[in-house]
Unconditional design. Structure first.
Length: 258
């Protein structure tokens, strides 16, 4: 997403995918509203989160289909949708029963406590397939960094490829956060660490980002388990590290952003 949108601050969290999943899960936890109510509670909850996580993506993609839409406007559209969904989720939590509030809160900030080995095939299968598809198109992604006009002159339809890639990224993210909740900043930190070691060529950056993102999550989860008397959700630790990095990148790139 950072390569396609030519913006170092782009990631699935800022595009609203995670906030959509959080709203879907909160509706199920707080009010028992499920899109597929005939299934088991855990399955219905995951499907709720998955479906709602795709709504912000459809909004951003619909906006991106308009002519002369800039990557910055796409990111701002995603952030706007993220805040709307987050506000609705907060309203649900305020009116939630105290017994359901703790589960909804843990799901919102992100945790690995609810995952078991039976969930791994779904998450890993979707993630590996999506990474392979994105990696196959790495040449087009590299060309898109030079701008839309240059991409068109080299035979790459940047608008079409961007929409396709964002859809794949969103499906991959949705397949993960539907089980873990909103663990922010993994998609922001992973690529920036990977660039230090492998550069900006997406042929190497895509798999390296996956590796460093996974390592960061494991390290954050280790600290989360030993923090405090009862431990903390891993999303809290990732946010504590990700927020300062987000601000650092924002300050470093403020001239280009404006």
């Amino acid at each position: 997403m950072q390569t396609m949108l030519r913006n170092p601050l782009a990631d699935p969290y800022t595009m609203g995918v995670s906030s959509g999943a959080s709203l879907g899960a909160s509706l199920g936890i707080v009010y028992g509203l499920f899109i597929f109510p005939n299934l088991s509670y855990d399955t219905s909850l995951v499907l709720n989160a998955f479906v709602f996580s795709l709504i912000p993506v459809f909004v951003v993609v619909a906006i991106s289909r308009k002519k002369n839409i800039t990557p910055t406007k796409m990111i701002l559209s995603g952030i706007a949708v993220m805040y709307v969904f987050s506000a609705i989720t907060s309203l649900l939590m305020v009116t939630a029963d105290p017994e359901n509030l703790s589960e909804a809160y843990a799901w919102r900030v992100g945790t690995l406590a609810f995952i078991n080995w039976n969930d791994l095939p779904v998450m890993s299968g979707v993630t590996i397939a999506a990474i392979l598809v994105l990696w196959i198109g790495h040449r087009k992604l590299n060309i898109m960094t030079s701008g839309e006009r240059t991409s068109q002159s080299l035979g790459v339809n940047s608008q079409k490829h961007m929409i396709l890639s964002m859809t794949i990224i969103s499906l991959m993210t949705a397949a993960i956060v539907s089980f873990t909740g909103t663990i922010g900043f993994i998609g922001l930190i992973g690529p920036h660490i990977a660039r230090i070691f492998v550069g900006s060529n997406t042929k190497y950056l895509i798999p390296a980002s996956a590796v460093f993102g996974a390592l960061f999550l494991l390290i954050a989860n280790t600290f989360a388990k030993v923090a405090g008397e009862m431990g903390l959700p891993v999303g809290v630790i990732s946010a504590l590290v990700g927020c300062p990095l987000f601000i650092f990148i924002l300050i470093k790139t403020r001239k280009n952003a404006w």
